[in-house]
Unconditional design. Structure first.
Length: 392
C-alpha cells in the first residue's frame, strides 16, 4: 500500500472525521414530500456537489487522480465542488438548496431524509446501480419506506489496531480497549467523536445482554447511560483521542499509542512506514461507515446530478476513488479495475460475511431504529452532550 494521499494529511483533522462532530439532534425519520425523478434528459451544463476531499478529484491535488474532467467531457456537465469537513456542514449546506448532490455519511443521511432536503433516488435511472454490492442496498442509513435515497459510494470498518511488539497476546476482542484498557494505561486511543459511543454500545451488546441492546445506534436512556459509564471508565486510560489521520500513524510509530480504533487505510499506511502494527475485526464485530450520494429535493441541475451518480459508481471511476481514498468500492465490477490487484481483498470489498459483522454509522433518532415502539431512544444531540461529559 502506498503512503497516504496528499489530501489526507492536509485535511485530516477536519475531513477525516467523516463528519460525526454533529451538533444537531437528528430529529425523526419521516422523509419529506419530494418525488423521485422519472427520467434523465439532456444535462443542464453544470452540477454542484458537496463532497468529502478525495471524492471528486480533478487532477489538481494529484495529476494521476482525475475523474472530474473526463465526466465533464462526456456529459457537458461542469462540476463545481464544495469540500465539506463535517457531516454537520454538509447538512447545513444542503438546507440552502444551492447544491445538487452530496456524498453523505450515515450519521447525516437520516437527518437529510427527515428534513425533506433530499429526494428518493430512482435507481432505474442509474444503470451502474445494478452492480452495487447487495449489502449496500436498502440499508437503514440510505433508504426509507422501501425507497433508496441515494447511490452507495464505498464502505469501511472501524478496526482494532495494536502494536505487535507491545500488546500480547494478540487481541481478538474490544475488551482490550474497554475492560482490559488498564493494562495499556495512557497508550490507548479512541476515535474522537460522539459516534464512538456506538462502539461502547456494541461491546455492551455482546457482553451485557441484560441491557437489551439490539442496535448500537438505538439506545434508550438506560442503555446510553451504561455506554457512557463504560467510556468514562475508559477515559482514564486514554492517552489521546484521534481524528487526525497522520497523528494516529505517528502515535503508533512512536509508541505513544499501542492499541485502539483505526481504519484499514491507516493500518496500511502505518505498516508502509515500518510501524509494527496489525489491525483486526474483533469477534464482537465493529462499527463502520458507508457514504451515499444523495440528490437534493431542490436540485437545480437534476439531470447532471443523475449523470454524476451513474459516473461515480461506474466500475473504473469507483475503483479510482476507492484506491485514492482508501476504502472498499461499492460497485462489484470495480474490483476488476483497481491498479492494485489486491485492493478489494485488503478492504474485504466482496466479502459480505465480513460486512455483515459491521454496524454502519447511522444517525441516532428518537424513533428506535431497532423497532421498539414502547420507548423513546436517545438522539444525536443527547449523544453529543454525553460525549462532552465523557471527555470532561
Amino acid at each position: 500500500m502506498r503512503d497516504a494521499n496528499p489530501w489526507k494529511a492536509a485535511v485530516a483533522a477536519g475531513v477525516l472525521l467523516l463528519a460525526v462532530a454533529c451538533g444537531s439532534g437528528g430529529g425523526g425519520t419521516g422523509g419529506g414530500g419530494a418525488a423521485e425523478q422519472k427520467s434523465v434528459g439532456k444535462g443542464e451544463g453544470r452540477v454542484d456537489l458537496i463532497a468529502w476531499a478525495g471524492y471528486a478529484e480533478d487532477g489538481s491535488n494529484d495529476p494521476r487522480a482525475d475523474w472530474v474532467h473526463p465526466f465533464e467531457k462526456q456529459t457537458g456537465c461542469k462540476v463545481n465542488t464544495k469540500i465539506a469537513g463535517t457531516s454537520d456542514e454538509m447538512v447545513s449546506l444542503m438546507k440552502t438548496g444551492q447544491y445538487d448532490t452530496v456524498s453523505a455519511s450515515g450519521d447525516a443521511t437520516l437527518r437529510l431524509i427527515a428534513a425533506g432536503d433530499v429526494a428518493p433516488v430512482n435507481t432505474r435511472l442509474v444503470p451502474n446501480y445494478r452492480d452495487v454490492f447487495s449489502g449496500l442496498k436498502m440499508r437503514p442509513f440510505n433508504s426509507k419506506d422501501g425507497k433508496m435515497y441515494g447511490i452507495p459510494h464505498g464502505r469501511g470498518a472501524n478496526l482494532l489496531m495494536y502494536r505487535t511488539d507491545k500488546v500480547s497476546p494478540a487481541p481478538d476482542s474490544w475488551k482490550a480497549v474497554f475492560d482490559g484498557a488498564p493494562k495499556y494505561s495512557g497508550k490507548v486511543t479512541a476515535y474522537d467523536s460522539p459516534i464512538y459511543i456506538a462502539d461502547a454500545a456494541l461491546y455492551l451488546m455482546k457482553t451485557r445482554p441484560s441491557l437489551g441492546i439490539k442496535d448500537p445506534y438505538a439506545l434508550d436512556r438506560t442503555q446510553l447511560d451504561a455506554a457512557v459509564a463504560l467510556l468514562k471508565k475508559q477515559r482514564q486510560q486514554i492517552g489521546e483521542y484521534w481524528s487526525d489521520y497522520q497523528k494516529e500513524v505517528t502515535a503508533f510509530k512512536g509508541g505513544d499509542s499501542v492499541i485502539g480504533t483505526t481504519w484499514q487505510v491507516i493500518a496500511n499506511t502505518a505498516t508502509a512506514q515500518k510501524a509494527p502494527v496489525k489491525a483486526v475485526l474483533p469477534k464482537e464485530g465493529a462499527t463502520g461507515w458507508s457514504d451515499t450520494w444523495m440528490v437534493s429535493a431542490k436540485a437545480a441541475h437534476p439531470n447532471c446530478a443523475y449523470k454524476w451518480l451513474n459516473w461515480i459508481v461506474s466500475p473504473k471511476v469507483n475503483a479510482q476513488v476507492a484506491e485514492y481514498f482508501g476504502e472498499a468500492p461499492a460497485n462489484a465490477r470495480a474490483c476488476r479495475e483497481t491498479a492494485d490487484p489486491h485492493h478489494c481483498a485488503v478492504y474485504h470489498a466482496d466479502d459480505e460475511a465480513y460486512y455483515r459483522r459491521v454496524h454502519f454509522w447511522t444517525t441516532p433518532v428518537p424513533q428506535c431504529l431497532d423497532g421498539r415502539k414502547n420507548v423513546t431512544c436517545t438522539d444525536y444531540a443527547q449523544w453529543t452532550r454525553a460525549w462532552t461529559e465523557i471527555k470532561g
